[in-house]
Design a protein around this ligand. Structure first.
Ligand SMILES: Cc1cc2nc3c(=O)[nH]c(=O)nc-3n(C[C@H](O)[C@H](O)[C@H](O)COP(=O)(O)OP(=O)(O)OC[C@H]3O[C@@H](n4cnc5c(N)ncnc54)[C@H](O)[C@@H]3O)c2cc1C
Length: 137
């Protein structure tokens, strides 16, 4: 059985539908999303309970991977910090893979430097991702 939506963290930042609609830029963007906002009903079978629309590519901040109040924990995928409608776009497979790449890269950099992930310079995470081929612009 496949389940589209489960628990999401409350992170240092919560991505919103407005962020996606306006393609808001973030200094700590670690990947970009672009899937249409695909929200399904939670109380009945069927497709969209709200007009699906397709955004321009938008930033996903590193802070949406960091659970508020927790150190040394980074999440990736549909549990990241986003409103239900924002997650209607960001929860999908390719975007979840990009979050996994960002989370794993940050974790590796933190271990190598002997610091917590919040102590990393976000530009170091971003430049490492770009050197791996990530498209952040
Ligand atoms: C019916 C349906 C249709 C979809 N259609 C599309 C589509 O067309 N395009 C698209 O891009 N996305 C689609 N999605 C969404 C997409 O599949 C998911 O949002 C995406 O896979 C989420 O990735 P994730 O890594 O967050 O979670 P998952 O892919 O669910 O990965 C989590 C993994 O963790 C494992 N796990 C759980 N608990 C434990 C544990 N305790 N120990 C070890 N492992 C554990 C699970 O077995 C699983 O492999 C669809 C989803 C559904 C349900």
């Amino acid at each position: 059985m496949g389940v589209r939506e489960t628990r999401r963290i409350i992170g240092d930042y919560q991505l919103t539908e407005d962020d996606i609609r306006t393609s808001r830029r973030f200094d700590d963007a670690v990947l970009r999303g672009c899937f249409y906002v695909d929200v399904h009903p939670s109380d009945r079978a069927g497709l969209h309970d709200y007009d699906a629309w397709t955004p321009e590519p938008y930033d996903i901040p590193f802070r949406t991977l960091l659970p508020r109040g927790w150190d040394d924990l980074v999440v990736a995928g549909r549990c990241h910090s986003a409103t239900r409608r924002a997650a209607g776009s960001s929860r999908v497979t390719a975007t979840a893979m990009g979050m996994g790449q960002a989370a794993g890269t940050a974790a590796a950099l933190a271990v190598r430097a002997g610091v917590g992930v919040r102590e990393l310079a976000v530009d170091d995470i971003r430049s490492t991702l770009v050197s791996q081929g990530a498209l952040l612009d």
